[in-house]
Design a binder for this molecule. Structure first.
Ligand SMILES: C[S@@+](CC[C@H](N)C(=O)[O-])C[C@H]1O[C@@H](n2cnc3c(N)ncnc32)[C@H](O)[C@@H]1O
Length: 435
């Protein structure tokens, strides 16, 4: 099936049309998105009932059924997450939603169950999430590179069965879902695929390894849904057949300030991977609170990305844990980044600095870079830097195949191949073998 892409303006138009009924755009976006989520579950045979009951009341019933499938899906029937029960929808607004998703059938190619398009649709529908909390999806190909430089070496060091990763700004879960797949089917160099990675144990293990936290309650619920949809699909069962004991480590919380959320416990993760918000907190009280907790990085009109680095390197990671982030490069050019660059980052073991400002990353108007550190003092004298030379000559049709992005991936591949070659040589000199 060819995926039909609708323009961002079409999503805005839908939110505006539904808002004429709900009175506010936030609830309108949630009605429209929840309808897409219910379709996703029904169209892929993941929902307990065969057919979607009609009308807005039918959607509420579907959400209640989905919420009953697994404890992690309970937020889908929680009015504090989805205030739909309090603001019923009229027939014209419902017709607009139905017609929209009919024109955008099933949101993505028929073989995909992981809900990438669902995540993207939430960003497109909710201006409040985009502007208020800087929700901006991390494309899967960016997520994969971040994970290759963090989760993959963490799996090699601590073993795929024991590794734990978190995205503390998980949004709708693009990075968490990619991490789930990477842990479930770890890249095993030269050993062929592991026979044990398709069954229930592998799914349970991968779920246990991956955690996500986001301030946005609905985005967090969507991440949980997507992880369960992937699990159900790998197991070939409906959502209500995924054992309730399988852990889904997703929470809605303020990762920077919450000290009670168990998923944010100190010294827990072998890999912390994020595309944190780059905005400056708008609320002066929050700005000051974050500044008080992170005085080492939150100076002047700081970007939230800086306290997120401190959170991951100083709190969440185990000693030596890998921390990878796609972040705005504004800290390199503006005053608020001075102390971060001269005093904070030099305390940690920098592994990679990649200039991605020339790459075309949809939705990321701000120039970006990738930083990878280990949560330990600097070791050795090598930091791998991939410097940009020039930007994309034009917007690539497929951003994952853009000239700049491909050049970055080639440079990463060459460096990783060289590192492996050298490690192999060292092992053979020591008389050990590296399989
Ligand atoms: C750039 S988006 C991350 C997108 C995510 N990687 C994805 O692909 O869906 C930044 C996310 O940070 C979240 N966020 C902002 N402030 C936060 C905070 N204090 N604690 C947790 N999450 C926060 C926003 O809600 C938003 O989802």
């Amino acid at each position: 099936m060819t995926r039909r892409t609708l323009s961002p303006a079409a999503y805005d138009k839908l939110t505006a049309a539904v808002a004429r009924d709900t009175g506010d755009r936030r609830t309108a976006a949630l009605w429209a998105h929840a309808a897409a989520l219910a379709r996703h579950a029904h169209d892929r045979g993941l929902a307990p009932a065969d057919d979607r009951p009609p009308g807005p009341d039918g959607l509420l019933k579907s959400l209640e059924e989905l919420a009953g499938c697994h404890p992690a899906l309970a937020p889908l029937a929680d009015p504090a997450v989805l205030p739909l029960w309090e603001q019923p929808l009229g027939s014209a607004a419902w017709a607009a939603i139905e017609e929209f998703w009919d024109r955008h059938p099933a949101l993505e190619g028929e073989h995909r169950v992981d809900g990438y398009a669902l995540g993207d649709a939430y960003q497109l529908l909710s201006e409040e999430a985009r502007k208020g909390r800087a929700l901006c999806q991390t494309p899967p190909w960016v997520a994969r590179l971040l994970l290759r430089l963090s989760l993959e070496p963490a799996m090699e060091e601590w073993g795929p069965a024991d590794v734990r990763m978190i995205d503390p700004a998980c949004g709708t879960g693009h990075i968490a879902v990619a991490a789930f797949h990477m842990v479930r089917v770890p890249p095993l160099r030269g050993r062929g695929s592991h026979p044990g990675w398709g069954g229930p144990q592998a799914v349970e293990r991968a779920l246990a390894s991956v955690s996500g936290v986001d301030l946005d309650k609905y985005a967090a619920a969507l991440t949980a849904y997507r992880l369960l949809a992937c699990s159900a699909s790998v197991l070939g069962v409906r959502l209500d057949r995924v054992p309730a004991s399988f852990p889904v480590n997703v929470a809605a919380a303020d990762s920077l300030l919450d000290r009670t959320e168990p998923l944010l416990a100190a010294g827990t993760y072998h890999a912390c991977v994020a595309n944190p918000p780059y905005i400056t907190p708008k609320d002066p009280a929050v700005r000051d609170e974050v500044r008080a907790v992170y005085p080492q990085v939150a100076a002047g009109k700081y970007s939230l990305a800086l306290p997120f680095t401190a959170l991951m390197l100083e709190r969440l990671a185990v000693p030596g844990g890998f921390v990878a982030q796609l972040t705005a490069n504004s800290f390199m050019k503006r005053e608020f980044g001075r102390r971060y660059v001269t005093e904070f980052l030099p305390r940690f073991d920098a592994r990679w600095v990649i200039d991605t400002s020339g790459a075309y990353i949809p939705g990321h108007g701000t120039p970006t870079c990738i930083l990878v550190h280990r949560a330990r003092p600097p070791v050795g004298d090598t930091v791998t830097v991939i410097r940009g030379i020039r930007g994309e000559p034009h917007v690539p049709e497929d951003p994952a195949r853009g000239l700049v992005w491909r050049a970055i991936e080639d440079a990463v591949d060459s460096r990783l191949a060289w590192d492996r070659f050298r490690a192999g040589l060292d092992d053979s000199r020591k008389g050990t073998t590296n399989t």
